[in-house]
Design a protein around this ligand. Structure first.
Ligand code: G3P
Ligand code: MG
Length: 259
């Protein structure tokens, strides 16, 4: 049976804010995405050692902050003072980094700071639950419980996505009314049953492994389809031609200008 039409995804969505334009998963990155013209942004949420949700991608702190340690072993008081512009310099050059280094909006943001910034910018979030090992359920429960208290009822609801089925199941219990996205690097054989059981609204696939037949099957089943992370124009066009609804990209500026 067809799902009721509901989730309308934007054609272009920023990835970790706008990862190529500013340090990923920071308020600076959300601002860069909004300045580029997107209306939606994807970002990752993890828990600190004292159970506070923050925007962060890796289990360890090193790549983006330059500091040794694991997110799951570091309290919010320490995490929130880390400068997340460190990895930006390594990847995009020291001159790019210099423009961000030390800025208050490049620290690791709490969920509260993030929501305030999103509302200010008029952005809708795709919140990816990205847990440290063993914390898939707890990370979703804490994040969704907190987000329910922060997100205004008169705004478009957040889209909650995860690679972890346990996180999606927890999200469906805590915030059943908010849409969920099923993330898969490789589409699993049981995707139909899993997406139905978790009552998902969208399928989020790794762009290089996205086959037209799978996109069409998902669309026929009533799901919206997003792909990550698409930064090139030719790849973007090919994926849209396959029927993909949404390109999640580090370069929203480039894709918005041409697609
Ligand atoms: O949510 C899409 C994408 O962000 C998933 O991969 O590793 O960039 O979080 P990753
Ligand atoms: Mg992500």
């Amino acid at each position: 049976s067809l799902r009721p039409p509901g989730l309308v995804l934007p054609r272009i969505m920023g990835h970790r804010g706008a990862k190529a334009l500013a340090p990923e998963n920071t308020l600076a990155s959300l601002k860069a995405a909004a300045a580029a013209g997107v209306t939606w942004v994807e970002f990752d949420v993890m828990l600190t050692s004292d159970g506070q949700p923050v925007l962060f991608h890796d289990d360890t702190l090193k790549r983006t902050t330059g500091v040794a340690g694991a997110m799951a072993e570091t309290p919010l008081a320490v995490v929130q003072d880390l400068d997340a512009s460190h990895g930006f310099g390594r990847r995009y050059g020291r001159r790019a980094e210099a423009g961000f280094r030390g800025r208050a909006d490049c620290r690791v943001p709490s969920l509260e700071q993030t929501v305030a910034c999103l509302l200010d910018l008029g952005l809708t979030p795709n919140v990816e639950i990205k847990s440290s090992p063993g914390l898939a359920k707890e990370t979703a429960e804490v994040t969704l419980t907190r987000l329910l208290g922060l997100w205004p009822g008169d705004r478009l609801p957040p889209l909650i996505s995860s690679f972890e089925r346990e996180s999606l199941a927890a999200a469906s219990r805590v915030a059943p009314q908010w849409p969920r996205g099923f993330l898969a690097e490789k589409l699993p054989a049981d995707w139909r049953d899993a997406m139905a059981a978790l009552d998902c609204a969208s399928l989020h696939l790794y762009w290089r492994r996205t086959r037209k037949a799978d996109v069409q099957a998902a669309k026929a089943a009533g799901y919206a389809v997003a792909v990550y992370t698409v930064n090139g124009l030719r790849a973007g066009r090919r994926l849209l031609d396959k029927g993909v609804d949404c390109l999640i990209t580090d370069r929203p500026d480039r894709l918005l200008a041409a697609l």
